[in-house]
Design a protein. Structure first.
Length: 734
C-alpha cells in the first residue's frame, strides 16, 4: 500500500530518478551560492582570503615537487588557471553527490549531512586562508565562513521544496483548513471513534459507506421487518452482535447510546427495554443493521445481503442515506453530517476515509494535500538563487580585480629616473633577422611567469618597505621605495631562466632591467661574504605573499650585477613581474635569485634555514646550466627541400656562450654562426644554413660556454637543480 493510499494527506515526492537530479541541481546551486558569497566577502577582506585561492595556495604548498614540475611542463603558465578550474570541478562533483544524497534522506538526516558538508567546506577554506604565510589572521577566515553558512541555508531551502507538504484547501477544518460550506462555525464533522467510545466509519471487506456517529450523536436506527427505522437509545448503550450472512460484528459504543436489540427467537432482534428506552422494531436476518469494525478499528453498519439501498444499512447501502426518522442526507449521524463522512472499503471518493480515498479530501485536523512536491517553490527558489549568486560572484570578482587601486595609481605616477650606470647599446649584430627566432629582448607581455601566487600581489610603492637584518648586519636597515630611487641606478641586460624549464623549453627570457646594486645595500649594512669572514652564507629573500628564496651570499657579493630591480624594458615593473621591487642575480636559476614583490632580506646560513623550494626537494645552490634551443624550424615542420635556416638561442649566464653546433641526423657536428654578444649575462642568437634533402630528419643543437664546458647529452629532470640534455627537433622535408 502506497503512502497516498494510507494517507490522502501525503504529498507525493518526485520519482526517484527525478528526485536525484533535482537534488544534484540543488547541491550545485548551494555550492555556487557559497562560492559567490565567499568571493564577495573576500573583496571586503582581501582577494587572497577567498576559499578557492586559499585552498589552491595550500594545495601548491603541499604538492610534491614532481607534481609541480609535471603541471608546469604540461600546462605552462596556465597551471594556476588549471588548478583553480580543477578545484571548482571537484567542488561541483562533491556538491552534486551531496545534493542527490540529501534529497533521498529524511529531513533530519539531510539537515545533518548538509550542515556537516558545508561545515567541512568552511573549515577547510578558513584554515587554508589563515594558514598562509601572508595571512592577516582571523579576518581571512570570514569569506569561507560566510560562504559555508549561505550554502547551507540555500541547499536546505531547496531540499525543503522537494519534500511532501500539505496545503489548507480541504472541506474539513483545522489549523490551516477552510470550513465546508455545508457547515457553520459551530458545526462539527463526525468525529472518529476514540478510545472511550464514539463511532468511526466502517472499512471492512465489502463495506459500503454508512453513517458515522460521534460521542453526542444518536445511534443509527435499527431496521424493522419492512425497513422502518427507529432509534435505539439508552443511557449507557453497549454494542450488539452483528447478524446476517455477510455481516462482520463489531461493537459500537458511545456515552449516550443504547444497546442494540437482542436477537429474537427467529434470528431477528428484539427491542431494548428499560428505563428511558425507546422501542424499535426487531429486524430480520436479511436486513439488520449492525455496527462493524474495519481493519483499522473503524466502525460502520453491517448489513444483510439484500438490504434496501435506500436504507441506512445493507451491503450496498446508498451513502446518501441517513439514520434517524427524518435525517438529512448530508448528515452522518442525524445532525447534518456530510455523506463524505461515511466510510467503507469502497467508500465514495469524497469520503473522509476509505482504502481509495481521494487525496483531495481532508480528514483530521490538517488540510488538503495537492499530491505533489512544491514545484513552483523549487523553481522560484532555484532561479532566484542562480541570479543572486551570479550577481554576487560578478560583483565580488569585479571588486577583487579592482583591488589595489593605490598600487595601480602609484605605478601609473612613477617615472623611472635615468640610470647612473646605463646599459651598453645592444650590438647591431646581436639580433639576427631570421623568421621564427626569439627576439633579443623579450617583450614584457611575452616574458614567462612561474610562481605560486594565484592572485598577483598589488603593492603600493609609496607604502613599500624593505628590511635588511640578520647575521653580520650591524643594525637592521629599512629602505623605502623613494630611498631606492634616490640612489644610483644601474641598467643591465640580463637573461632569466626558470629551473622548471625543460630542455628546449620556453621558460627563459631576456630583458633590460634597471635597479639598485644589491651589493652596495648589503655592504652599507655591514655584510661581508663568507670568503672574507662573514658569518652568513645565505641570503633569504621574502616576498609579500610569503615566498622565501635562498641565495648564496658569495654570489651576490662577487661583483656580478645582482640588483633590486625597479624597471623592466624601459617601464616600471609590471605587477606580474614583481612591482614595485624584485631581486635579480645573474647566473642563478630564478628559484634561488629572482624574488618578486620582495620586502625582507635576512642574512643567515644554509644549515640553519631551508627556503620554500629547498624544503620541497630542490637544491640549495643552483647555477644555470649551459643550454641551447632550436626556435626554427618547429618540431614536425615540413619545410621544402633546399636551403633551410636553422636558428635559435643559447645561454650560460655569467659565463657566456663561446660556440654553438648543429648536427643533422647522425652526421658530424657543424658550427653555427653566432650573433654578437651583448654581455655574458645574456643569451646569444645563432643560425645554421642547412641544405635540406627530402625525407625525415632529426636536428640537434649543443652549446659550449666560455669555460669550455660542452652542453651534455645526458638527459636529466628539472629536479633538483635544472634539466640537462640536448635539444632536437624532427622535421620532414617535402
Amino acid at each position: 500500500m502506497t503512502d497516498e493510499e494510507k494517507d490522502p494527506r501525503a504529498r507525493r515526492r518526485p520519482p526517484r530518478a527525478a528526485l536525484g537530479a533535482l537534488g544534484a541541481l540543488s547541491g550545485l546551486l548551494g555550492a555556487f551560492g557559497a562560492l559567490a558569497v565567499a568571493e564577495l566577502a573576500a573583496s571586503a577582506v582581501r582577494p587572497e582570503a577567498g576559499p578557492v585561492v586559499a585552498v589552491g595556495g595550500a594545495a601548491i604548498d603541499r604538492a610534491p615537487a614532481a607534481v609541480k614540475d609535471w603541471a608546469i611542463r604540461h600546462f605552462g603558465t596556465d597551471d594556476k588557471l588549471v588548478l583553480q578550474v580543477g578545484i571548482l570541478a571537484v567542488l561541483a562533483v562533491m556538491a552534486v553527490v551531496l545534493g542527490a544524497l540529501a534529497a533521498r534522506l529524511g529531513r533530519a538526516a539531510a539537515a545533518v549531512l548538509v550542515l556537516a558538508a558545508f561545515g567541512l567546506f568552511g573549515t577547510a577554506g578558513a584554515l587554508a586562508a589563515t594558514g598562509r604565510p601572508d595571512s592577516t589572521g582571523y579576518p581571512d577566515a570570514l569569506p569561507s565562513a560566510l560562504g559555508a553558512l549561505s550554502g547551507t541555508l540555500l541547499l536546505h531551502t531547496l531540499l525543503t521544496h522537494l519534500r511532501p507538504t500539505t496545503t489548507g484547501t480541504g472541506p474539513a477544518t483545522g489549523r490551516r483548513g477552510v470550513s465546508d460550506p455545508a457547515t457553520g462555525p459551530l458545526d462539527r464533522p463526525a468525529p472518529a471513534a476514540g478510545p472511550r467510545g464514539g463511532r468511526e466509519p466502517a472499512t471492512g471487506p465489502g463495506a459500503e459507506p454508512g453513517p458515522a456517529t460521534g460521542p453526542l450523536d444518536r445511534p443509527a436506527p435499527a431496521a424493522g421487518p419492512r425497513g422502518e427505522s427507529g432509534p435505539v437509545t439508552g443511557p449507557r448503550a453497549e454494542p450488539s452482535p452483528a447478524t446476517g450472512p455477510g455481516a462482520e460484528p463489531g461493537p459500537v459504543t458511545g456515552p449516550l447510546d443504547r444497546p442494540a436489540p437482542a436477537a429474537g427467537p427467529r434470528g431477528g432482534r428484539e427491542p431494548v427495554t428499560g428505563p428511558g428506552a425507546e422501542p424499535g422494531p426487531a429486524t430480520g436476518p436479511q436486513d439488520q443493521p449492525t455496527p462493524v469494525t474495519g481493519p483499522q478499528g473503524e466502525l460502520g453498519l453491517a448489513t444483510g445481503r439484500q438490504a434496501d439501498p435506500s436504507s441506512a444499512s445493507g451491503r450496498q447501502a446508498d451513502p446518501s442515506s441517513a439514520s434517524g426518522p427524518q435525517a438529512d442526507p448530508s448528515s452522518a449521524s442525524g445532525r447534518q453530517a456530510d455523506p463524505s463522512s461515511a466510510s467503507g472499503r469502497q467508500a465514495d471518493p469524497s469520503s473522509a476515509s476509505g482504502r481509495q480515498a481521494d487525496p483531495s479530501s481532508a480528514s483530521g485536523p490538517h488540510s488538503e494535500a495537492t499530491g505533489d512536491f512544491d514545484r513552483r517553490g523549487f523553481v522560484r527558489t532555484a532561479v532566484a538563487a542562480a541570479v543572486v549568486s551570479a550577481s554576487a560572484g560578478v560583483v565580488g570578482r569585479s571588486l577583487n580585480g579592482s583591488s589595489g587601486e593605490d598600487a595601480v595609481a602609484s605605478r601609473r605616477r612613477l617615472t623611472l629616473p635615468a640610470p647612473g650606470s646605463p646599459a651598453r647599446p645592444v650590438p647591431a649584430r646581436a639580433g639576427l633577422r631570421v623568421p621564427g627566432i626569439s627576439p633579443f629582448h623579450t617583450p614584457n607581455t611575452g616574458f614567462y611567469r612561474v610562481d605560486t601566487a594565484l592572485v598577483v600581489p598589488k603593492v603600493d610603492a609609496t607604502a613599500w618597505r624593505l628590511r635588511i637584518h640578520g647575521k653580520g648586519v650591524r643594525r637592521p636597515v629599512v629602505h623605502s621605495f623613494g630611498d631606492l630611487l634616490r640612489r644610483e641606478l644601474i641598467e643591465r641586460d640580463i637573461t632569466l631562466t626558470c629551473v622548471s624549464n625543460e630542455v628546449g623549453g620556453p621558460y627563459v627570457g631576456n630583458a633590460r632591467w634597471i635597479g639598485v646594486r644589491l651589493a652596495d645595500l648589503l655592504a652599507e649594512a655591514g655584510v661581508r661574504p663568507p670568503s672574507r669572514g662573514g658569518p652568513a652564507d645565505q641570503l633569504v629573500a621574502r616576498s609579500v605573499d610569503g615566498m622565501t628564496l635562498g641565495t648564496p651570499v658569495e654570489d651576490v657579493l662577487d661583483g656580478r650585477d645582482a640588483m633590486l630591480a625597479v624597471g623592466m624594458n624601459g617601464e616600471p615593473l609590471p605587477f606580474a613581474h614583481g612591482f614595485p621591487v624584485r631581486m635579480l642575480v645573474p647566473g642563478l636559476y630564478g628559484y634561488v635569485s629572482a624574488c618578486k614583490w620582495i620586502e625582507d632580506i635576512e642574512l643567515t646560513t644554509f644549515d640553519s634555514y631551508d627556503p620554500y623550494w629547498v624544503e620541497r626537494g630542490w637544491a640549495r645552490r643552483a647555477p644555470v646550466k649551459t643550454q641551447s634551443r632550436i626556435d626554427t624550424p618547429k618540431p614536425f615542420a615540413r619545410p621544402k627541400a633546399g636551403p633551410v635556416m636553422v636558428a635559435g638561442v643559447a645561454w650560460a649566464q655569467h659565463r657566456g656562450i663561446d660556440k654553438v653546433e648543429v648536427r643533422v641526423d647522425d652526421g658530424p657536428w657543424q658550427e653555427a654562426r653566432l650573433a654578437a654578444e651583448d654581455s655574458r649575462d645574456t643569451w646569444r642568437q645563432w643560425s645554421f644554413p642547412w641544405q635540406a634533402a627530402k625525407g625525415p630528419h632529426n636536428l640537434t643543437v649543443r652549446a659550449t660556454d666560455r669555460t669550455g664546458r660542452v652542453q651534455t647529452e645526458r638527459r636529466t629532470r628539472t629536479i633538483p637543480d635544472g634539466a640537462s640534455g640536448r635539444h632536437s627537433v624532427v622535421v620532414t622535408v617535402d
